[in-house]
Design a protein. Structure first.
Length: 128
């Protein structure tokens, strides 16, 4: 009887530890299926780093080769601009931003992931 209680307790504790991970599951299951609006770097946390990344892309013309920063950073659907960075900054301070920052966006299954061209080096295997 004691062993059964120990097993049951261990099982319940394991389940309790897994429950918080379920809220992250949509993002970790694949960036092409779900993301949070304003999470420009795609790490599931909306913070000042996202605002800085948006500013770098907009102002400094940093490359967004796969288009994901523009996709995740655009808070109102009019294209990535400085107002999106400001909205993310306001969101991190818990101020009203008027944009959809923080909301989950679920894409359709037909969305294709960006492709990376294989790179070759004489001493390494190709990356596909």
């Amino acid at each position: 009887m004691k062993n059964d209680m120990k097993k049951l307790t261990a099982l319940l504790l394991s389940v309790a530890l897994l429950i918080p991970m379920l809220s992250v599951l949509p993002v970790s299951a694949g960036y092409n299926k779900a993301y949070r609006m304003g999470d420009a770097d795609g790490n599931s946390v909306i913070d000042i780093v996202d605002a800085t990344l948006i500013q770098k892309v907009v102002i400094l013309n940093n490359a967004d080769s796969d288009g994901l920063i523009v996709l995740r950073g655009d808070g109102n659907g009019d294209g990535l601009d400085v107002a999106d960075a400001t909205a993310v900054q306001r969101y991190t301070l818990n101020l009203k931003c008027g944009y959809s920052v923080g909301e989950w966006v679920y894409l359709e299954e037909s969305t294709q992931a960006p492709t990376q061209k294989p790179t070759y080096d004489e001493y390494e295997l190709p990356i596909a």
